[in-house]
Structure formats: C-alpha cells, structure tokens
Design a protein around this ligand. Sequence first.
Ligand code: HEC
Ligand code: HEC
Ligand code: HEC
Length: 466
Amino acid sequence: MKRIFLPLAALCAAALMAMPSEMQATADQGKKPLEQVPSMEKFQEVSDIVLDKCMACHSRNYDLPFYAKIPGIRQIIEQDYRDGLRAMDLNQELVGAAKDRPVGEVAVAKMEWVVLNNTMPPAKFTVVHWGSRLTDKDRETILHWVKTTRAAYYATGPAAEKRADEPLQPLPSHLAVDVKKAALGEKLFNDKRLSADGTLACSGCHLYEKAGTDNSRFSEGIRKQFGDINAPTVFNAVFNVRQFWDGRAADLQEQAGGPPLNPIEMGCSGWEEIIARLSADEALTAEAGTIYADGWTAQNITDAIAEYEKTLITPNSRFDKWLSGDDAAITAEEAEGYRLFKQYRCASCHVGRSVGGQSFEYMDLKADYFAERGNPLNSDKGLMGFTGNQDDLHRFKVPNLRNVELTHPYMHDGTVTTLDESVAVMGRYLSGIPVSDGDRRLIVAFLRTLTGEFQGKPLTGTPVER
Ligand code: HEC
Ligand code: HEC
Ligand code: HEC
C-alpha cells in the first residue's frame, strides 16, 4: 500500500486549509462548550472527556501536547496519530456531528467497544501521559451515553425493551411506499428493454432466487462482458447510507441511473434509446402517464425503480425475532456466536438494522490485505475512486450482512467463497484479532440466523456450505 507520509505539522496545516470554515471554527474554539443536541443526555460530558483525552490522536485539527515534540515520543505519537485517525476521526464523527444530529450508529458502537474493552487511550500513551487514562466515572458516563443514544435514536419499532441498546436492531416489517410507483418500478426492474440488446434486466444480475445477487464473482453484462467488482444484494439496499461499494451514488434513485448506461452492464447509448423502446409499449406508457404528468423521463424511470426497491426488505429472520424478545428463536450456540460477533469488534462496523451499510472502512486497517492477496484490481481503490482523495484509498462501504449465507461469494473482489473464510479475513484485516476455529464456527452459526423473509416467505437462495 502506498501512502504519502507528510510531517505531522504539514498534515495538520493541510487539513486545516482543506476544512470547511464551520469546522475550522471548532478547531479555533478549542474546548469551549459545544451546542448540545436536545435529548442527548450526557453528551456534553462525553465530549468534554473526548476533547480532553482523545483528540491528540483522533482529530485532524488538534494541537499535539508539548511532549509530542520530545524525540522518541514523537515517533510513537505520530504513528498512533495516523492509525488513530484511520480508525476514527472523533472530531468529525462525534463532537462535530453531534452539533446538528445524533452521533452515527457506527461511532456509537466503536466508542462502546473501546470503553468496554478498556483499549483507549493506548497503554503506551497513558504511560507517558498518566492523566489521560479514562477514570471509572468517565467510562460510566460514556457507556450511559451509548445506551441512551441508542434507545433514543436507533432502537427500531420491533425491538424488545430489554434489547433496545443492542448494536444490532430488527428490520421493520415494511416501509411506506407509493404503491402505484412501486408497481411500475417492479415492472421496470424486470424489464430487459433497459438494456441495449434487450437481453438483460436489473433482475438478471440481482436475481430473486439468489437473494438479490447472482452468486458469481463478477456479473456478466451484455455481450459477455465482465466488470471487476462483486454485485451486492439489492435486498435491504434502501438502508445503505450511500449506494455502491465506493458510495458514488447518493441514493437508490441515483444508483438506478447507473447500470442502464454502463457500457459493460446494460450498455445503452442514452435515455432516449430506452424511452423510445418503452414508448412503443402503449399499456406501460399509459400506466406511467397516470403517475407522472411528464411520462417517460430518466428521472421518472429511476424514481419508480427506487420506490420499488423500498419493498425489497427481509424482516422476520430468527435473529429479528430474538431481538423482538423471543428468547427461544435462536439456539444457545447462535446466541454465543452473537456475543462473539460483538466481542471481536464485528458489530462496531456491521451495526444497526441492516448489520452494515453505514460507513466506509479500510479493508487494510490492521494488515495489508491487498499485498497479501495480489492481483490488483481497478476496483481496489474503493471510496478514493469516487472522491479522488488519497485518504480514501482502500475504503469500502461496509456490506450489510442480512441474508449473508445466501449472498456468496464475498468481499468487493468476490474472492472469498465461504463464510468461515470471511470471518477469518475480517479477523485478520479489519478487527485485528485472529478468530479461532471454534469461534469462527459459532460466529457463522450466528450469521445464518440473519436470513429473513420476503413477502412473507423465507427468502430464496442457495445457502453457502461452510
Ligand atoms: C496516543 C494516541 C491515542 C489516544 C490518545 C487515543 N487513541 Fe483511540 N486509537 C488510537 C490508535 C492507534 C487506534 C487504532 C488501533 C486500535 O484500534 O487499537 C485507535 C482506535 C480507536 C477507536 C476505533 C476502535 C474500533 O473498534 O474501530 C476508537 C473508537 C477510539 N480509538 C477511541 C478513543 C477514545 C474514546 C479515546 C479517548 C478516551 C482515544 N481513542 C484516545 C490512538 C489513540
Ligand atoms: C451486469 C449486472 C448488473 C445489472 C444489469 C445491474 N446491476 Fe446492480 N450492481 C451490479 C454490480 C456489479 C454492482 C456493484 C457495483 C459497484 O459497487 O461499483 C451493483 C450494485 C447495485 C446496487 C448497490 C447496492 C449496494 O449495496 O451498494 C443497487 C441498489 C443495484 N445494483 C440495483 C440495480 C438496479 C436497480 C439495476 C437496473 C437498473 C441494476 N442494479 C442492474 C450488477 C448489476
Ligand atoms: C472496521 C470495520 C469492520 C470490522 C471490525 C469488521 N468488518 Fe466485516 N466488513 C467490513 C468491510 C469494509 C467489508 C467489505 C470489505 C471489502 O470487500 O473490501 C466487510 C465484509 C464482511 C463480510 C462479507 C460480506 C459480503 O457480502 O461480501 C462478512 C461476512 C463480514 N464482513 C463479517 C465480519 C465479521 C464476522 C467480523 C468480525 C470478526 C467483521 N466483519 C468485522 C468492515 C468491517
């Protein structure tokens, strides 16, 4: 992996210049009290602790303490600063975020993990800076805030009260949709006229009988062409913070505009071509006309598809039933697998209703995945491919793990063919904690409880063997 290491001061200066003025103000204010988000009990206390004890390594715009200039210590701190910032920008995701909205679920889960496991600040740092240790009271304050934030903002309707502060939450049974738009969207999702040679619909790569994927490493587009990135499932995609592995589409509507014009997917020359073909269908054109006054437009076609995709959700998995209070819905082994899923940090990225889909994380956070795998792919750039920002190299949207036993093969590069290996890969590269054989088996057993229902029936697909 190539990274450019600038001297720290230059890095901070560059970050300051690149920052929007609103964030610079935060930097200038230093430790002045921050606006409190209503009902975010204890947040002020938490942000005081964080500003005091954590920012040295977790913020782009914070002055390092004086002893950071002492030779020897400087090297330790610089490395910790780079790794700490890669792990999480606390200023951006916690203190800054909370000014106008609740802190994100991922940030909350990560805070919980480091406090429960007592890993922050790192021991070698607290040795030189004793006062930076978290006191029992600090830890209590942070954990209390985690619990209340979750209950206030992230516990979903179907969650049992006793499980309201679990990092994972049940899926809703349905989302409100415009029924007429969704019905039109369903037809378009299955319509091969969206492809240049009339051979491929969206559902040709996102198959209903394969849990919304094609169970292939790379998908086959028109004229036998292949991309270099694995197709994620369309089920529960509505819950993703952005769409695509690199997040280049803001939402489902923007996403739906991609494949039809992508030369190696559906290959159309432009929307006029698609609209001409659809306009020849009188019945469908009349149906579209009753919904959209301006009839067929790219905007309306993608709007209808996105509306339909809101119906592609898979509630009522055994794990959802457990979250809703039914203790017998999962076995003791599976419950132990869930405990391990939290213990191995998995739930600090794969969090919330869709067990992921909310943040972009480095695939080489703890070890160099790309060097060890070899055979570089264009798609390895991840988020950087979209933002152009070097800091985003190798960051990928965390996939949602709902129905994961059916959505094989795994990872953006589709190289991992079993769940057992996925857990091993995650332990090595993302969690930084190797997972033993026995623990992998239990975690996989838990992952299999995430398979849900579509339209009241178990989602169809072929479960992965291991
Ligand atoms: C001396 C620098 C330093 C200080 C001070 C520090 N951290 Fe960290 N932090 C790191 C490093 C290095 C990592 C990445 C390695 C790791 O996760 O152990 C990290 C990782 C993290 C993570 C991500 C863990 C995950 O599961 O993904 C969180 C959250 C975090 N720190 C919170 C804190 C909090 C809260 C404090 C203050 C109480 C703090 N840190 C103080 C260096 C620091
Ligand atoms: C040739 C196969 C193919 C076709 C046809 C296709 N897709 Fe995809 N789809 C993919 C691949 C591959 C990706 C991942 C691409 C990436 O992230 O860069 C993807 C990503 C997506 C995502 C993002 C999911 C996520 O978790 O980020 C959604 C939603 C989606 N497709 C919906 C659609 C819709 C709607 C259509 C029809 C308009 C469609 N797809 C047509 C292969 C296909
Ligand atoms: C720091 C965040 C982070 C942690 C911790 C983490 N993951 Fe992941 N997980 C990701 C990202 C990002 C990917 C996609 C990586 C890629 O394809 O490049 C992923 C991919 C996966 C996949 C493949 C899903 C698919 O559809 O391709 C599985 C399964 C998985 N993780 C399970 C786990 C388990 C089990 C753990 C704990 C041992 C874990 N993850 C820990 C971020 C994380």
